[in-house]
Design a protein around this ligand. Structure first.
Ligand SMILES: [Mg+2]
Length: 267
């Protein structure tokens, strides 16, 4: 007989998604600060794990602080934290990389020991990394698609099609741009962030916890819930509109509801 899954009262650590879970755009999700403060006061470990393709841990930590949520920089993880290492293992050290995305994506490539290739020199690229690019253009699409079609490794922080923003609205996410490159290049990308295991496993290692001791709280079934299940974590889906029963171990409609579920801590 398999051992029963531990309940949220017993979890020693929690991994929180950021967009749509802790904040929406520049506004805290109602109740998020309360539940985070409660978990901290109980002495439980916390990690904030976002699939953000444009920001490194320090930037996300600064935003948390600005919104009134206390977090150390090593409690925050984004795919950019492991991007250099993933290029190392799939392509090799000191690779030539075409980076389509924001300045922090480029900085992560360079800090990982790799070299940036300008768009006009896409044929020299050994790897193409595509993140959310607010200046995406037909020229960049052409360069990236031709490079991956020509055999360059194709990597992305995430496949999330939408970025939730204030007013129940969205911006096109990294995944929307990646799909354009994938369609034209006829190549599927390797995903660095959730739902792939490496970033989630790094979060567990930093908290010094086993998968059975931690829960992941997120609003994306494809990234958060699938990722949690892959690594063996307890999956908590934040679904304010409901109607997604069965995909996660727990489904909550609000952070206030999550707070009630973790009010008691029995480690
Ligand atoms: Mg999210």
């Amino acid at each position: 007989m398999t051992r029963a899954r531990r309940g949220l009262r017993e979890m020693r650590g929690f991994i929180f998604d950021l967009d749509g879970c802790v904040w929406t755009g520049d506004v805290l999700v109602p109740g998020a600060a309360d539940v985070l403060a409660l978990l901290r006061s109980q002495g439980r470990a916390l990690t904030f794990l976002t699939n953000n393709s444009r920001a490194r841990a320090a930037t996300m930590q600064a935003k948390l602080e600005r919104l009134g949520v206390q977090a150390a920089t090593d409690e925050v993880l984004t795919p950019l934290e492991i991007l250099g290492r993933v290029i190392d293992s799939h392509v090799g050290p000191a690779s030539r990389v075409l980076a389509i995305g924001g300045p922090e994506l480029e900085a992560a490539v360079v800090d990982g020991g790799h070299h940036l290739v300008p768009v006009s020199k896409y044929r020299d690229a050994q790897a193409v990394v595509v993140g959310n690019d607010f200046e995406f253009s037909y020229e960049r699409l052409t360069a990236a698609a031709r490079a991956v079609a020509g055999g360059a490794a194709f990597l992305t922080p995430n496949l999330d099609p939408r970025l939730p923003v204030e007013g129940d609205d969205f911006l096109p996410g990294c995944g929307a741009i990646v799909e354009a490159v994938a369609a034209a290049g006829c190549v599927r990308p390797l995903v660095v962030g959730k739902p792939e295991p490496p970033l989630i496993e790094l979060a567990l290692a930093r908290m010094q916890l086993e998968p059975a001791e931690a829960a992941m709280v997120g609003d994306s079934v494809d990234s958060d819930i699938r990722g949690a299940r892959r690594v063996g974590l307890t999956a908590v889906l934040l679904a304010p509109k409901g109607a997604l029963d069965g995909v996660a171990h727990y489904m909550v409609k609000s952070m206030a509801q999550l707070k009630r579920l973790v009010e008691t801590y029995n480690p």
